[in-house]
Design a protein around this ligand. Structure first.
Ligand SMILES: Cc1cc2nc3c(=O)[nH]c(=O)nc-3n(C[C@H](O)[C@H](O)[C@H](O)COP(=O)(O)OP(=O)(O)OC[C@H]3O[C@@H](n4cnc5c(N)ncnc54)[C@H](O)[C@@H]3O)c2cc1C
Ligand code: FES
Length: 275
């Protein structure tokens, strides 16, 4: 079990960035699944931790200015240290990473942040993902196996191709009804909660989805952990670009999250989150 015990909430990253070698880059409908062999990195990143990624070559704009690295949850880690990242190309950085070819170098630092913790004893884990936010739930399912129920929502059948990363038969909702049920993943969550005596929710997805999950869990007194996003420039606490408000004050999402306890949030609609 790689969930963090409360005395040791994170796997520490080695100092500085290192180069991993890209081993595969495959099409997964609307997404890419990029695999890279991280020979010298820790073999036990915790589900929900993330890495800062940059291509070794051609990492910058046409004016020659380099980009800052971009944050990515790992979807899966293999015994030999290979990491899988699920990418959605939404801008220049993700477009370059989506083009990486086997043999190219991938600069990375990580694992960073604090990921998911184990569910309370006796509670059934419900994994709730939306779109690219399904990525960190793949490794949560790898940890929990059949104990967990997977509920995932996508815009279309092209995006729902990411469901293939999960074992078993996840419940799927799509906006257009092309795969699974037409509607929102929170409707699947409501149904799962109705038939589960004691649940614990692990969620990642766009901010409006996370807010709906937070509100539903608060209404039913169900514990929930939410993996949030905010703009990250450094990933290790130095730039304060990633701060989000919680009931206890502002936190830096890269060191105090990205997974936060839903009970600590007034709202998951934090400025800068989601895309
Ligand atoms: C902890 C964490 C884990 C993430 N995991 C994944 C993942 O597994 N797979 C994946 O595809 N993406 C993930 N992201 C989002 C990814 O970092 C951004 O999509 C990426 O930085 C965008 O860079 P870009 O240069 O392609 O686009 P940009 O030009 O920087 O941005 C394109 C669009 O995305 C928005 N955006 C940019 N960065 C972020 C951000 N960090 N959060 C929210 N919106 C943003 C911008 O407002 C803009 O609308 C994660 C982000 C965080 C913070
Ligand atoms: S990303 Fe720099 S402080 Fe969090």
């Amino acid at each position: 079990m790689r969930f963090a015990p409360s005395s040791e909430p994170r796997t520490l990253a080695p100092l500085g960035r290192r180069t991993a070698q890209v081993t595969a880059n495959r099409d997964l409908g609307a997404y890419r699944l990029v695999s890279a062999h991280d020979a010298s990195g820790p073999r036990d990143p915790r589900p929900g931790q993330f890495y800062m990624l940059a291509a070794e070559d051609r990492w910058g704009g046409e004016d020659g200015r380099p980009f800052v690295p971009r944050a990515f949850s790992f979807a899966r880690v293999r015994e030999d240290g290979t990491l899988d990242f699920l990418l959605e190309a939404v801008g220049p950085g993700t477009r370059r990473l989506a083009e990486l070819e086997p043999g190219e170098g991938l600069w990375l630092s990580g694992p960073l942040g604090i990921g998911f913790s184990a569910a309370p004893e006796g509670a059934r884990p419900l994994l709730v993902g939306g779109g690219i936010g399904t990525a960190p739930l793949v490794c949560v399912q790898d940890e929990l196996g059949e104990e967990a129920e997977v509920l995932i929502g996508f815009r279309s059948s092209a995006h729902a191709a990411a469901a293939a990363l999960f074992a078993g038969a996840p419940l799927i909702a799509t906006d257009d009804g092309s795969v699974g049920r037409r509607g929102l993943v929170t409707e699947l969550l409501r149904g799962a909660m109705d038939r589960t005596e004691r649940a614990a929710v692990f969620a990642c997805g766009p901010a409006p989805m996370l807010e709906a999950v937070r509100a539903l869990c608060a209404e039913r007194d169900v514990p929930a952990q939410l993996a949030l996003e905010s703009g990250m420039a450094c990933g290790y606490g130095a730039c304060f670009g990633c701060v989000v408000p919680t009931r206890g004050g502002y936190v830096r999402l890269c060191v105090d999250g990205p997974v936060l306890d839903a009970a600590d949030l007034e709202s998951a609609l934090v400025p800068g989150a989601g895309h």
